[in-house]
Design a protein around this ligand. Sequence first.
Ligand SMILES: Cc1cc2nc3c(=O)[nH]c(=O)nc-3n(C[C@H](O)[C@H](O)[C@H](O)COP(=O)(O)OP(=O)(O)OC[C@H]3O[C@@H](n4cnc5c(N)ncnc54)[C@H](O)[C@@H]3O)c2cc1C
Length: 452
Amino acid sequence: MPSIENLSGWGNYDQRKCLTKYLNSSSALRHWVTSNGDSFIARGFGRSYGDAAINSTGHVLHQCYRNRFLVFDEASGKLICEAGVSLADIISVFLPRGWFLPTTPGTKFVSVGGAIAADVHGKNHHVDGSWGKFVQSFELLLPNGEVKHCSRIQNQDLFRSTIGGMGLTGIILTAEIQLIPVKTAWVKVDYKRTKDLNDTFAIFAKDAAKYRYSVAWIDCVSKGKSMGRSVCMFGNDADKKEVPNLYRQTPLSVTPKRNKTVLFDFPNWVLNPLSTKVFNFLYYAGNKNCTKLVDYDSFFYPLDSILNWNRIYGTRGFVQYQAFLPPKNAEKGYRKILEQITKAGFASFLAVFKSCGSGREGLLSFLDEGYTLALDLPNTGENLQALSRELDKIVIENEGRLYLAKDALTDSTSFAQMYPQLPEFKLVKAKIDPRQQIISEQARRLKIVEEK
Ligand SMILES: Cc1cc2nc3c(=O)[nH]c(=O)nc-3n(C[C@H](O)[C@H](O)[C@H](O)COP(=O)(O)OP(=O)(O)OC[C@H]3O[C@@H](n4cnc5c(N)ncnc54)[C@H](O)[C@@H]3O)c2cc1C
């Protein structure tokens, strides 16, 4: 029997009652898909922010129990695992053996299936590209029960549609991933403060290519001359001799931290423009130019140390607006975006800026050469929707696009303008899913799937 669960994305923005199923083997999934004519969407750890992993008119199929490691080749770092394995599991088993993720999003509580479906990126996109680049192959369960082996050689169209395809081409059963060798679990990070947006772009242009990891936190509350001032963090994997003394003998391990947990939804007023301004002021003031050795967990996953931190936004929830812009338009486009947010009376608690390299792995993959900026915005109802429409216009004018893993509000027309390869994606989808059985709320809203 299916259960009924109230589900949403990480932003708790659009909550829906969904019929859910936990099927812990590929054969059980296959049996369910072929014997049940209902619509469905796969769900990993629900870390996409909007409505990509919910379906209120059919089923949501949880994948997190299919989480076995199947094969690991110690010589090459090739890992084959079920798609419900989390990035946290991979790190805890393979980092002590000298292998790490080739790239990682800002949380490790993400499944391998979710990472492929969103073609996730990390702080090294400008050097290494996105997750899809390190996926050698995967097994994909189609709605008719067939299992297809997809790679750059076999079933290429399915491979390119599934990477970044937000679960709409089938259920990823297993995947072969290339891990990368590391000597330590530490990153040597140079912190550099900038005085405004122009300075932030200048320092990225000058320095980012010298480092494997580059990211900036932008103070998006400050206005006028200091608008866009940032704390930039540029890092490289640390050598054994750079590791703190205490860890020299065990450079691949770090002391586990005691995570804090937000146990209840904060009142909606806690995150307001004033508290956001104070946080932004203190963060900027507290981070002077310096070099630090930072353990992988603190560097890649600072937010994971507070479990359920999304509850700080209260029951109203929030969205994350993440836009990519190409180099020629990035500075003027992001300036306009920051101005528009201030004009609309919003303040983003967190604003994360990254530089990106060229080459999109999937038809609906997000990043290409340029920059990306992610902004958290509280749900204030119609105001937020109006702001999102204005921001979409700026993104389209500047030849950019939004990230599907974060999107909760865009409309189908804007989406089609941002993703010119959508018709190609739809052709592949129509071939393998003629009854349009695989569908999410996001796919409905964006008309990626049009129900008959
Ligand atoms: C704090 C935080 C920081 C983040 N930072 C980043 C970042 O830096 N970079 C980045 O790229 N992303 C980032 N993300 C987004 C996150 O990496 C993606 O949304 C990712 O897809 C979430 O994986 P999940 O397992 O939770 O999948 P879900 O959110 O459950 O699902 C996401 C999509 O994957 C599909 N899917 C899941 N499992 C399967 C499967 N087995 N087969 C087929 N489809 C499947 C779903 O249908 C859905 O469309 C962040 C999210 C959070 C909460």
